[in-house]
Design a protein around this ligand. Structure first.
Ligand code: FES
Length: 141
């Protein structure tokens, strides 16, 4: 008897078997607090002359590295915040023209300094320092 035949004989469809297999692989197995709090002990440097970091060459651009969103505001300063939403850890995007970080999951918004400007998130984003030296941008806790 093959696998399909075996499952049919005991009354399980392939979909049911897949569902059973997936129990325990939900997101709750990881630490939700770290997902919504952002990384700690951050200290890394981006080479802004590298094509990999070209998004930061223009005002309003952003990229994600090491769990952090690094954005260049429309006024040309660099800001860095945790990538994950403080509500349910969905990945944020930066919207330079609106001067904010946005979560498409439930619509939370955060200012460029990480403060909640629209719920349902109730906690500010973890922010990181930025320091530009030549073409090297250091992001650190
Ligand atoms: S996960 Fe971001 S608003 Fe809910």
């Amino acid at each position: 008897m093959d696998r399909k035949g075996f499952l049919a004989s005991i009354g399980l469809s392939a979909a049911t078997f897949a569902l059973i297999n997936c129990i325990g692989c939900s997101k709750s197995s990881s630490s939700p607090s770290s997902d919504t709090s952002g990384p700690t002990g951050v200290d890394f440097t981006l080479d802004l002359s590298s094509s990999a970091n070209a998004a930061l060459a223009s005002n309003g651009g952003y990229l994600v590295s090491n769990g952090v969103i690094i954005a260049r505001t429309v006024s040309g300063t660099y800001v860095a915040v945790q990538r994950s939403c403080t509500h349910e850890s969905y990945s944020l995007i930066y919207q330079g023209s609106a001067n904010r970080f946005y979560c498409a999951n439930h619509g939370a918004t955060f200012s460029e300094s990480g403060t909640v400007t629209n719920g349902p998130a109730s906690r500010s984003l973890t922010t990181y320092h930025t320091q530009l030296t030549g073409t090297s941008l250091r992001i650190y806790s």
